[in-house]
Design a protein around this ligand. Structure first.
Ligand code: NAD
Length: 464
């Protein structure tokens, strides 16, 4: 590992700063070459090490690592590979008649030295995903992954040291203090993924240097199931979306609204799919991981105890094992509004369900909360789907499924206000790390050149 002793971060920052123009001048072919090296590391050289590390960190099943950590980054690289040449070419735009004799274009230029701070829940995806966009845009990058998945951070550090010079990309492992120190530096852009609380700290620090930010945050993402939907299919998809990564997913369904008439069928279907996915006892299933650490285990257990103390109904699950950081897939009804499960982002395998009789009460409830990162709708009724979309606000929406909106690189991914600022993925991610420089070139004298001082009556008449 690189040794950054005293002033280590500012020395590293200065080194990257001295290279930023050179990095910004690299051709799309040179950038693709770097990205392909990263692809090979993920798909080949370091694949097994990454799988093993995530198993050590929170018993993440191997197939889930492949699907939700390695594949999305590789897919992002393939997408960028096809598009980058055109993204970096002159983006010609029209020039108005008043500027006759000129031509105009946008040059997508690198921002400079960027900082990427990432969370623990999808450490590879959420560290290397933004890195792909930052490299595509020609920046130098310092990465700071989460301290909560140390085995994975170590392998990611090895990959970065193996593939990049430290003046291009460097990864710094460490606790919150590392972020705090890094946030003092005058980065040209900060891309942060994590909680809204820490997002505010990042934005405050960035304001000191007027550094631009992308904030990919979290919150409570609701699901609405109406009486026209295919309930059994909807439940199967929700069981998948909620318990992938043991519910530790920013866009996981946080709570569900179902039509009152569907309550008992919903519970039966939920039990059926849980059993198919994870057997009668998920603690023995190889397809079900663990809570990342004791702190988060206790947080979630506290939410459940709070629910029980308020006479909520645990319809499914509720068991836990402290020494394993295991929490059973759990479904809770009848939660009072001030319960912890309804107040905080859950980020674990507990699903509150609320019943409704009219859609207007659902929309009123959702609109009384912070704008969610995702809002899911299960319905066959087109008018109702449109009504829900038109009468709510959310970072993204998936209709008749969940999570999949993350996977289409043609769609911007991100939240709105409390769930985030700015977007990632594909062209949108590239733009976050890019300054869209406007360029206007005058070829021949234009009309405006006739209107310079002195402002005579004749010139005034030309304008009138
Ligand atoms: P977190 O905000 O606690 O930590 C994220 C990163 O910030 C870590 O690297 C951590 O070391 C650093 N950090 C923590 N406290 C800090 C502080 N005081 N000052 C500076 N840096 C600090 O988030 P987490 O627990 O790692 O992840 C869970 C949260 O992330 C949830 O809210 C989830 O919804 C959100 N999330 C969002 C997305 C998205 O794409 N929108 C994706 C994954 C997770």
């Amino acid at each position: 590992m690189i040794d950054y002793s005293d002033n280590r971060y500012s020395k590293l920052f200065d080194k990257q700063k001295s290279q930023q123009l050179a990095m910004g001048r690299t051709t799309y072919k040179e950038r693709i070459k770097k990205l392909k090296a990263l692809q090979t590391a993920l798909e080949d050289t370091y694949k097994q090490a990454l799988r093993d590390a995530l198993y050590k960190d929170f018993k993440k099943p191997q197939l889930e690592v492949d699907l939700s950590e390695i594949y999305p980054v590789v897919d992002e690289i393939k997408f960028v590979n096809k598009q980058l040449k055109s993204w970096l070419s002159k983006q010609k735009v029209d020039t108005p008649i008043t500027l006759l004799g000129s031509s105009s274009w946008i040059k997508n230029e690198s921002k400079g030295v960027c900082l990427i701070i990432s969370p623990w829940n999808y450490p590879i995806n959420l560290t290397f995903g933004p890195l792909v966009s930052a490299i595509a845009a020609g920046n130098t990058v310092i990465l700071k992954p989460s301290e909560m998945t140390p085995h994975t951070s170590k392998v990611m550090c090895d990959i970065v040291n193996d593939l990049f010079e430290e003046h291009e990309v460097a990864l710094i492992e460490g606790e919150v203090e590392v972020s705090t120190e890094l946030l003092k530096l005058p980065f040209n852009h900060i891309f942060f993924t994590g909680s809204p609380q820490v997002g505010k700290i990042v934005m405050k620090a960035a304001s000191e240097h007027l550094t631009s930010v992308t904030l990919e945050l979290g919150g409570k993402s609701p699901v609405i199931i109406d009486d026209s939907s295919n309930l059994d299919k909807a439940v199967k998809k929700i069981v998948f979306g909620k318990f992938l990564n043991v519910g530790q997913t920013c866009i996981a369904p946080d709570y569900v609204f179902i039509n009152e008439s569907l309550k008992s069928a919903f519970i039966e279907s939920f039990k059926k799919h849980l059993k198919i996915f994870f057997t009668e006892n998920p603690s023995h299933s190889d397809s079900y991981g663990r809570i990342v650490n004791q702190k988060h285990f206790e947080r979630l257990k506290g939410y459940l105890e709070d629910a029980i103390s308020r006479n909520a109904t645990i319809a499914i699950g509720g068991a836990s094992e402290e020494k394993e950081n295991y929490i059973e897939p759990t479904v809770v009804f009848d939660l009072p509004e001030d319960s912890e499960l309804m107040q905080y982002e859950i980020f674990g395998p507990i699903l509150p369900v609320k019943t409704y009789t009219s859609m207007s009460e659902v929309l009123e409830y959702i609109n009384s909360k912070e704008k969610p990162l995702a809002l899911y709708i299960f319905s066959k009724n087109k008018k109702r789907i449109n009504d829900i979309i038109n009468n709510t606000r959310a970072g993204g929406t998936c209709i008749n499924h969940n999570l999949l909106q993350f996977q289409n690189h043609n769609l911007p991914f991100g939240g709105s206000n409390n769930s985030g600022i700015g977007k990632s993925h594909g062209y949108f991610g590239f733009l976050e790390f890019t300054n869209q420089r406007s360029v206007l070139k005058q070829h021949t004298l234009g009309a405006i050149d006739l209107l310079t001082p002195p402002y005579t009556d004749f010139k005034q008449k030309l304008v009138d």
